[in-house]
Design a protein around this ligand. Structure first.
Ligand code: 8YV
Length: 313
């Protein structure tokens, strides 16, 4: 008898084929009537496959009372009530490390694209504007500036190393100072923003970090400053950021994440000083394969009684 597994969000095709072989899959992601499907198959599923966009709360858990494990293809789990899962005896696994390089690369890509106005430059060449009216307007340099990283975890540290290579001086904010780290520590995000030319959010999402990059922090960053977000839309006061970008109180922004995904605030469309990316920092073939394989391997470990590879709780 194959175990019954609920699929709230699929993994990569090759890993889905592996899952098909070992389990009976119930494709909630494809169901026309999700509540009806959940009511029918929820009670018999002991495992679930999802990603960071799927939300899990107490009401959902009540519909899958036999659930023992959720394998999420994401490093973040801010959409999931981990305390409620633990209370219900449900283990959660995520996909740390394998996506660190791609996410850190995306932060740097957005940083350079925002300051050097890559999108405008591309448009300037494509449209023939270069030949018609001459060079595009000047941009903002990066080397020699200071960068503040909000959250110096695995991804924040990988961003910091890349920033050093670009000739930036690194400072950071975290709940506490990290021993053995050579970068300047700030116990306050506004103080970090005041010191920084560029602020990069690399912290986890959730209630604890909601709007941690406040209107005051964005103001402190100033008209020549840049804000980069590869964390979660919730970590910045988004309306304040849009207003500051609109009237030039904030120089530029590079954003991979938004409060409202996949339909961000339409105000972003009219802002020329922001570079937008569709929450795709981990979106490479290589990394998504590794994330998907961790989902498969965590489920295999669970069902064979071995230790989970990347447990959250
Ligand atoms: C994607 C992410 O959202 O890992 C995360 O926390 O934000 C991203 O990699 C995603 O869950 C990919 O499926």
């Amino acid at each position: 008898m194959k175990p019954d597994v609920l699929v709230a969000y699929p993994t990569r095709p090759r890993q889905m084929a592996q899952l098909e072989q070992d389990y009976t899959l119930y494709r909630l992601d494809l169901a026309a009537d999700k509540p009806a499907m959940l009511a029918e198959v929820g009670p018999r599923c002991t495992a679930m496959v999802c990603n960071g966009h799927v939300s899990i709360d107490e009401a959902f858990l009540a519909q899958v009372p036999a659930l023992k494990i959720v394998a999420s293809s994401s490093v973040g789990y801010d959409t999931m009530d981990v305390a409620a899962m633990t209370r219900a005896g449900v283990r959660l696994t995520n996909t740390p490390d394998v996506l660190t390089d791609d996410v850190a690369d995306t932060a740097l890509m957005l940083l350079l694209a925002a300051r050097r106005r890559l999108v405008q430059g591309d448009r300037h060449v494509r449209s023939g504007e270069w030949g018609r009216s001459g060079p595009m307007s000047l941009t903002r340099s990066t080397a020699g500036k200071s960068v503040g990283i909000v959250g110096l975890g695995r991804i924040g540290s990988a961003i910091a190393r890349r920033c050093e290579a670009l000739g930036l001086t690194v400072g950071y904010f975290g709940r506490r100072e990290k021993p053995g780290v050579g970068y300047r520590y700030f116990a306050d995000v506004v103080a970090l923003a005041e010191w920084s030319d560029i602020l990069i959010a690399a912290t986890s999402g959730g209630a604890e970090t909601r709007a941690i990059v406040s209107a005051s922090a964005l103001k402190a960053l100033g008209p020549e400053g840049s804000f980069i977000n590869i964390a979660r839309g919730s970590v910045v006061d988004e309306p304040a950021m849009i207003a500051a970008l609109k009237d030039g109180r904030l120089g530029s922004a590079g954003l991979d994440v938004f409060e409202s995904e996949p339909d961000p605030d339409p105000a972003f469309r009219d802002l020329d000083n922001v570079v937008l990316y569709p929450h795709h920092a981990s979106g490479t073939e290589e990394t998504r394969d590794k994330m998907a394989q961790l989902v498969v391997d965590n489920l295999a470990a669970h069902f064979s009684g071995r230790a989970l590879l990347t447990p959250v709780n």
